[in-house]
Design a protein around this ligand. Structure first.
Ligand code: G16
Length: 544
C-alpha cells in the first residue's frame, strides 16, 4: 500500500462542541481541514491499530467525499477493518449499535445532526468510542490538542471504494465491508419491543401513526421497521427519502420545523401518534392527537411505564437527565425508589452511568431519549417505546400524559432560543450573569423567591472527573427554575438557551398554555440576564 505523509498546518478552530466538530461545509472543504481533524482523532487513540472501525453518516452533502477521505486515512494509520454503512448511511443510534455488536474500537460518524445540510449549510464529524457512545471529554480534549499541533497526516493512495454495493473491498492492507445499514438496528428494536402486539394493531389501523423522517437518515429505518416489520400502511411514514440537503428543510424535530406534521396532528385526520426524528436519527418529537409531549415529560412517562414493555420488564436501575431537562423524571425516580442523576448537556455524560449499570433510561430536553440498549439517544427507539406503550395501555397519548400529571404533578416547561447572536454580546451576558450570582439568593420577585443560584458543575460518580461551567441554574420556591447556557452545537454566532420550568401539582391548573403558566418566570429571566439589553432582541428566535 502507498502510504503518503502530507505536511500540514493547524487550523486552530477544531475544538469539538457538545457533539463533535460542526462547521459550515465550506470550512470542511478547505484543503487538509478534514484530514487534519481525522488524523488528530487517530493520534488521540491508543488501541485502534489492526482493529475494526465503524464509518457512516446521515447522508448529508459532503458525506460521500468525506467518507472516501477517511477510508484512506484509516488505511494509512493502520486500522484493520472498516464497516461502512451502505451508501455511507448509518444513523447515529445504528452506528452505536453496530460498534457494540461487532466489537469495534470505535466509529466515525459524519453528521451535523439537526443542523441544515447542503453546500451552504453544515457538516460535522464525531468520534464514538468502543462502548458505542460519544467520545468522553478527555478524548475530545486530546483531539483538540492534537489539532493545534498537527504538522503531518498519513493517507493512502488508490481509487474510491464503491460504498453502494454490499460486500468486501480493500484499501491497501485494510479490509472494508459495506454493510446493510438497517438490519442490525431493526433486529435490536424487535428484541426490545412487543412487535407481536403492535403488528395487528398497526396493520388494521386500530393504532395509527404518522412518522416524519424529515428527508433525513431515518427514512430507510422507518420503512423497514414501521412498514415492513410492523405492517403500518405506507402513508404512515412521510419524507422518507434521505436527501443531501434534506430537501431544503431544517431536520430538527420540534414544533417550529416539523410544521406539516404538527398541523396534521391538530387536524380531523390526526393519527394516534405523530413523531419526527432529526438529521442523524437520534432525536425524537412525540405528539398525540392535538397534543404535544415535551421531551422532559416524555422521559418521565417512559420511566414511569417502562416495566410494561418487554425490554424493560425487569425494572430500571436508575435514570438520568441533563441539567436543563425538567425535573419531571426526578419525581418518578423518587416514587420508584431509584437513583436519578443530573448531568451536563451532552449525551457523552450518560456514557459512564450506562456502562456502570447505574441507569437504564436517560434523556434530554433537546428531544433526546434513550436507554442502555446503545450509547446514543435514539429517535426511532422512542417512537417504538411510545407505540408499544399505547398498545399496552389502550389509551391515547393525551390520556397517558394527563394521567401522569395527575399522579406526579405537571412540570410546565419551555425553552427560548436566541439564535445567531454576536458572540461577544452573548459572552458578556453570561459573564455579567455569573458575576451577579452571589447576590441572587434571597431576592423576591413576582415569580417567587430565589432560593439558590449557581454555575452548574458535575462530578462524574464513576470516574471522578469534573466538568464545570455547565450552565447557570436559578432555583426558586415552588420547584420553579430558570436555566441559561450557551449552545455548543451552533455554527454561526452564539445561541443563548433559556430553559424555564415550574411544578404544578393541582390537576385543575394543569391545562394551561406553558407560555402563560410560565410568564412571570420568562419575564424574570429577561430581567435577571438582561437579554434585551445585551442582545438587542425583544423575542426569542425559537420557542419549544
Ligand atoms: C447534541 C447533544 C445533546 C445536546 C444537544 C443540544 O445533540 O448530543 O446532548 O443536548 O446537542 O446541545 P446544545 O444545547 O449545546 O446546542 P445532537 O442531536 O445535535 O447531536
Amino acid at each position: 500500500m502507498d502510504i503518503i505523509t502530507v505536511k500540514t498546518r493547524p487550523f486552530g478552530d477544531q475544538r469539538p462542541g457538545t457533539s463533535g466538530l460542526r462547521k459550515k461545509v465550506k470550512v470542511f472543504q478547505q484543503p487538509n481541514y478534514l484530514e487534519n481533524f481525522v488524523q488528530s482523532i487517530f493520534d488521540a487513540l491508543d488501541d485502534y491499530r489492526g482493529q475494526t472501525l465503524v464509518l457512516g453518516g446521515d447522508g448529508r452533502y459532503f458525506n460521500r467525499p468525506a467518507l472516501q477521505t477517511i477510508l484512506r486515512l484509516a488505511a494509512a494509520n493502520g486500522v484493520g477493518r472498516v464497516l461502512v454503512g451502505q451508501g455511507g448511511i448509518l444513523s447515529t443510534p445504528a452506528a452505536s449499535c453496530v460498534i457494540r455488536k461487532y466489537g469495534a474500537c470505535g466509529g466515525i460518524i459524519l453528521s451535523a445532526s439537526h443542523n441544515p445540510g447542503g453546500p451552504e449549510a453544515d457538516f460535522g464529524i464525531k468520534f464514538n468510542a468502543a462502548n458505542g457512545g460519544p467520545a468522553p471529554e478527555k478524548t475530545t480534549q486530546a483531539i483538540y490538542r492534537n489539532s493545534l499541533e498537527i504538522s503531518r497526516y498519513r493517507t493512502a493512495g488508490g481509487g474510491e471504494i464503491d460504498i453502494d454495493r454490499l460486500g468486501a473491498a480493500r484499501v491497501g492492507d485494510m479490509a472494508v465491508e459495506v454493510i446493510d445499514a438497517v438490519t442490525d438496528y431493526a433486529d435490536m428494536m424487535q428484541q426490545l419491543f412487543d412487535f407481536e402486539l403492535m403488528r395487528p394493531l398497526l396493520s388494521s389501523g386500530r393504532l395509527s401513526l404518522c412518522f416524519d423522517a424529515m428527508n433525513a437518515v431515518t427514512g430507510p429505518y422507518a420503512r423497514e421497521i414501521l412498514l415492513r416489520r410492523l405492517g403500518a400502511p405506507a402513508a404512515s411514514v412521510i419524507r422518507d427519502q434521505p436527501l443531501e440537503d434534506f430537501g431544503g428543510a431544517h431536520p430538527d424535530p420540534n414544533l417550529a420545523h416539523a410544521g406539516d406534521l404538527v398541523a396534521r396532528m391538530h387536524s380531523d385526520a390526526a393519527p394516534d401518534l405523530g413523531a419526527a426524528s432529526d438529521g442523524d436519527g437520534d432525536r425524537n418529537m412525540i405528539l398525540g392527537n392535538g397534543f404535544y409531549v415535551t421531551p422532559s415529560d416524555s422521559l418521565a412517562v417512559m420511566a414511569a411505564n417502562a416495566q410494561l414493555l418487554p425490554g424493560y420488564a425487569a425494572g430500571l436501575a436508575g435514570v438520568a437527565r441533563s441539567m436543563p431537562t425538567s425535573r419531571a423524571v426526578d419525581r418518578v425516580a423518587g416514587e420508584l425508589g431509584i437513583p436519578c442523576f443530573e448531568t451536563p448537556t451532552g449525551w457523552k455524560f450518560f456514557g459512564n452511568l450506562l456502562d456502570a449499570g447505574k441507569i437504564t433510561l436517560c434523556g434530554e430536553e433537546s428531544f433526546g431519549t434513550g436507554s442502555d440498549h446503545v450509547r446514543e439517544k435514539d429517535g426511532l427507539w422512542a417512537v417504538l417505546f411510545w407505540l408499544n406503550l399505547l398498545a399496552v395501555r389502550g389509551e391515547s397519548v393525551a390520556q397517558v400524559v394527563r394521567a401522569h400529571w395527575r399522579r406526579f404533578g405537571r412540570n410546565y416547561y419551555t425553552r427560548h432560543d436566541y439564535e445567531g447572536l454576536d458572540t461577544g454580546a452573548a459572552a458578556a451576558l453570561m459573564d455579567a450573569l455569573k458575576a451577579g450570582l452571589p447576590q441572587l439568593a434571597g431576592q423576591r420577585f413576582a415569580a417567587g423567591e430565589i432560593l439558590q443560584a449557581d454555575d452548574f458543575s458535575y462530578r462524574d460518580p464513576v470516574d471522578g472527573s469534573t466538568s464545570s461551567g455547565q450552565g447557570i441554574r436559578i432555583m426558586l420556591a415552588g420547584e420553579a427554575r430558570i436555566v441559561l447556557r450557551l449552545s455548543g452545537t451552533g455554527t454561526s454566532g452564539a445561541t443563548l438557551r433559556v430553559y424555564i420550568e415550574k411544578l404544578e401539582s393541582d390537576p385543575a391548573l394543569q391545562g394551561q398554555d406553558p407560555q402563560v403558566a410560565l410568564q412571570d418566570l420568562i419575564a424574570l429571566a429577561d430581567n435577571i440576564a438582561g437579554i434585551g439589553r445585551h442582545t438587542g432582541r425583544s423575542a426569542p428566535s425559537v420557542i419549544t
